[in-house]
Design a protein around this ligand. Sequence first.
Ligand SMILES: Cc1cc2nc3c(=O)[nH]c(=O)nc-3n(C[C@H](O)[C@H](O)[C@H](O)COP(=O)(O)O)c2cc1C
Length: 152
Amino acid sequence: MKTAIVYATSHGTAEKVANIIASKLGNATLINLKKSGHIDLTQYQQVIIGGSIHAGGIQRKVREFCQRNMVQLLQMRVGLFICAMNEPEFDNELKMSFPELLRNHAISKKVVGGEFIIEKMNFIEKFLVKKISGVSQTISKIDEKPCAIILV
Ligand SMILES: Cc1cc2nc3c(=O)[nH]c(=O)nc-3n(C[C@H](O)[C@H](O)[C@H](O)COP(=O)(O)O)c2cc1C
């Protein structure tokens, strides 16, 4: 079965996760929403859609992709993931990231953790992350377990 892994990333972590998922699945095509134009989903039977949470929301490109392709997505096997670091909000963030129709249709919905990569943050991001999470050094908390079972 051919799988597309469609994702958006701000600092590279969702891309890292997309690669981890691809390596577990085997035959998968990676599609970065910020670098691709029209995506033809007809050649795939499965699609995994993911992004990361910044200031409470997922990337606009992910939301637009879901809306634009909803009819087709509802006829495919779908897995959803988000990268996020604010654990008490995980369920809510997952809920806010994807339309209800798609969440109900999806085979799995996973929060895969994330990273704070200080070198990739601008001044304001560093300030916010330090203020809200108390983090001022790079940390990685990617959970590989849900990556392995996303479409099983
Ligand atoms: C400026 C900033 C804001 C963030 N806001 C949230 C947030 O509201 N909730 C959350 O769970 N994680 C938040 N995070 C953590 C990100 O989801 C995490 O860093 C993720 O790994 C980023 O993935 P990316 O590199 O693919 O964009 C934030 C991170 C940054 C840098």
